[in-house]
Ligand binder design. Structure first.
Ligand code: 5AD
Ligand code: FES
Length: 354
């Protein structure tokens, strides 16, 4: 009986790229026998759209100063054990130059919600990067801001924005964030970013505290319907200086399964095999690719500051130079039959999705 129902649901997901929330939940709860066939199908769909190409984004972690206090995050404002830093404009531009030489055509400027980086500071910086690298994508990942600010940064030349929704369940959101942070505000930011014209990235952690298959089913339905250009998912990993220090980490198995389901629910989506996935398993990113991921985001930050951008413990690549990350990824992707390519790595819509 379970077997019959599971067959019906997986068949529907593969054919229609859509499930009811209850069906997603059932699939998660009974995934054992669905895992391998769904991973196979997710790989097939990925290859049909993206061939053997893996897109890379050069990640520049330019400030670890953050006004927020997310309960899971190692650089939360109340963590006093972090050595705080801000890269200068010159340091950021140098990272871009090094990245460009290494073949990156997308730069992701990621940071905490640091009040120093007002529009007055960011607009000239983005303009410079835009002028210097006209064919590159400029991605921002700097949290919640005013609509007018998103607009100003877009007008300066930024074209993508990553803002994980973290959880699509409002009650769950409240358990992961301190009073004062608002689920609706975050979701509204995602809508505004899209309206302005950014390609947007949403996403969530797998195995975050209080998460059950019910919350995950909501996340999947949200991704299916909102269709963010990118969806970043990785396992929750506890950080010793946070209230969640004793909570268990999310698993490789569930993360890979969800990568496959997301690929099938929204086939063209850009799906990174995240650093967090590479942290809980030495071949995590490769396994992510075999489950349907098609993007990797190696670190371009200066090695001196990398150890201070610790969202979770035991993060990989802490001591590696940018060039090492690049060649490491090249080799790793080759072991799973993929090839890292040098282009912007834009989303490709299938005729059915136009
Ligand atoms: N474990 C895994 N991922 C985390 N993030 C923040 N803290 C953790 C953690 N402890 C993720 C969040 C955030 C992204 C930049 O990193 O989802 O949006
Ligand atoms: Fe950084 Fe492998 S990606 S060393």
């Amino acid at each position: 009986e379970v077997e019959e129902k599971l067959k019906r649901i997986t068949g529907k997901l593969i054919r229609e790229h859509s499930l009811e929330e209850e069906e997603y939940r059932y699939l998660i709860d009974h995934r054992e026998d669905a895992r391998d066939p769904l991973a196979r199908e997710a790989r097939r769909v990925t290859e049909q759209i993206y061939g053997d190409e893996i897109f890379v984004r050069g990640l520049i972690e330019f400030t670890n100063i953050c006004r927020n206090d997310c309960l899971y995050c190692g650089i939360r404002n109340s963590n006093e054990n972090v050595e705080r830093y801000r890269l200068t404009e010159k340091q950021i531009l140098d990272c871009c130059a090094e990245g460009y030489e290494l073949g990156y055509r997308t730069f992701v400027l990621q940071g905490g919600e640091d009040g120093y980086f007002s529009d007055e500071v960011l607009v000239p910086l983005i303009r410079k990067i835009r002028r210097e690298y006209p064919e590159c994508a400029i991605t921002l990942s700097i949290g919640e801001r005013e609509r007018a600010s998103y607009q100003a940064l877009f007008d300066a030349g930024a074209d993508r924005y990553l803002l994980r929704h973290e959880t699509a369940d409002e009650g769950h959101y409240r358990k992961l964030h301190p009073e004062g942070m608002s689920f609706r505000h975050r979701m509204n930011c995602l809508r505004e970013l899209r309206e302005i014209g950014y390609a947007v990235g949403a996403g969530f952690m797998v195995g975050s505290p209080f998460q059950t298959s019910r919350e995950l089913a909501e996340d999947l339905k949200f991704i299916e319907t909102f269709r963010p250009e990118m969806c970043g998912i990785g396992p929750f990993i506890p950080h010793r200086d946070t209230p969640f220090r004793n909570e268990p980490a999310g698993t490789l198995e569930l993360t890979c399964f969800l990568l496959s389901v997301i690929r099938l629910a929204w086939p063209s989506v850009l799906l990174p095999a995240t650093t967090a996935l590479g942290t809980i398993d030495p071949r995590g990113r490769e396994k992510g690719v075999l489950s349907g991921a098609n993007v990797v985001m190696p670190n371009l930050s200066p090695t001196e500051v990398r150890r201070n951008y610790e969202l979770y413990n035991d993060k990989i690549c802490m001591g590696d130079e940018s060039a090492q990350c690049r060649s490491c990824l090249d080799m790793r992707m080759r072991t799973v039959g993929r090839r890292v390519v040098t282009n912007r790595g834009d989303l490709r819509r299938t005729p059915r999705e136009e």
